[in-house]
Design a binder for this molecule. Structure first.
Ligand SMILES: [Zn+2]
Length: 318
């Protein structure tokens, strides 16, 4: 059983060991209490087993991929960035209640593992997965080893500093981080900042400005990409600027891990593949010292996290 625990959705999938999904279901995360999260996961697992006439104890285990920070060995989230709790215990209540093993993995590390077992990185020893969605994160396999760090929170690439002037503040509270400029949540901040710098006439003529009827507080990342696809010149310019910032982030990844492949997921990427990956491929050479590898959208699509949860079961639960 694989669980992808996000800030909005809990997605649970019953899968075989080859990564064939038998059934997938999702519910909005129950945020009524910290304990409600594991209770919801347990209920969904029981429901799927019952529906497929499967004894819960027949499962090899439960893998949970979640946004950190986390302590992997203890199976807990510590002040997770996208849930309003100080502490969320996951593996212990699931193991106690269902009497089967459970394991936890950072969602991006999990996606890297999933790509390595089920996706485009099969057989590769040096490989990085990057997500550009609500936030930006990464997972890396180097010399055949999944990098995790002391608690399982290694390579928080979204918090690489890409702007020493720190014009925008990140959700983590620090300034100048990649995620503060290029993630789905923060692209509107980048657009608003640039609108203040660009002359008023150009801004008011853009279809992006007209799309939100001049109310920039309503601006979403999707508005920028739609306007750019419609040919709005200012939007195309801003998409290119975001592309340069993304290229700096990718170059830092190439310089740090020297991968032979980078796959990219996350909703911002998957909905705007050409607009995100085009400029990255164009500009990454300007900043990378290492040989730039192939960069492509993940074939696992929006299921990268859930494949990661299944991969974690295969890796951690014998
Ligand atoms: Zn940050």
């Amino acid at each position: 059983m694989g669980v992808d625990l996000g800030g909005t959705w809990t997605r649970v999938v019953l899968s075989d060991e080859k990564g064939n999904f038998i059934e997938k279901m999702s519910e909005r995360v129950d945020k009524s209490s910290s304990e409600a999260i594991s209770k919801q996961i347990i209920r969904l697992i029981r429901f799927l087993c019952k529906k497929h006439v499967l004894d819960v104890t027949a499962l090899r285990g439960v893998g949970i991929a979640a946004t950190g920070p986390l302590i992997q060995k203890e199976g807990v989230l510590i002040k997770p960035t996208n849930l309003p709790f100080e502490y969320v215990s996951l593996t212990k209540p699931i193991t106690e209640e269902l009497a089967i093993p459970a394991c936890l993995i950072n969602d991006c590390a999990g996606a890297a593992l999933g790509e390595n077992i089920f996706g485009a990185a099969i057989g590769l020893d040096n490989y990085v997965y990057i997500t550009i969605g609500t936030g930006i994160g990464g997972g890396a396999i180097v010399n055949g080893t999944l990098l995790l760090g002391k608690d399982g929170n290694g390579h928080e690439v979204g918090h690489f500093t890409i702007d020493y002037k720190g014009r925008l503040t990140c959700g983590c509270g620090k300034r100048g981080h990649w995620e503060a400029y290029c993630s789905g949540r923060n692209i509107p901040n980048f657009v608003r900042m640039r609108f203040k710098e660009i002359d008023e006439k150009t801004v008011k003529q853009s279809s992006l400005f007209k799309k939100v009827k001049g109310d920039l507080s309503k601006l979403r990342a999707a508005d920028l990409f739609v306007a750019a696809k419609e040919g709005d010149r200012l939007s195309l310019q801003l998409v290119n600027e975001i592309g340069i910032l993304n290229a700096i982030g990718f170059a830092n990844v190439v310089n740090a891990y020297d991968p032979s492949l980078i796959t990219v997921g996350g909703t911002v990427t998957l909905k705007n593949k050409k607009m995100i990956l085009g400029p990255v491929k164009k500009y990454v050479e300007d900043y990378a010292v290492n040989r730039v590898p192939k960069i492509m959208a993940t074939p696992l699509g929006e299921d990268a996290g859930i494949y990661g949860a299944i991969a974690a079961v295969l890796k951690y639960i014998p």
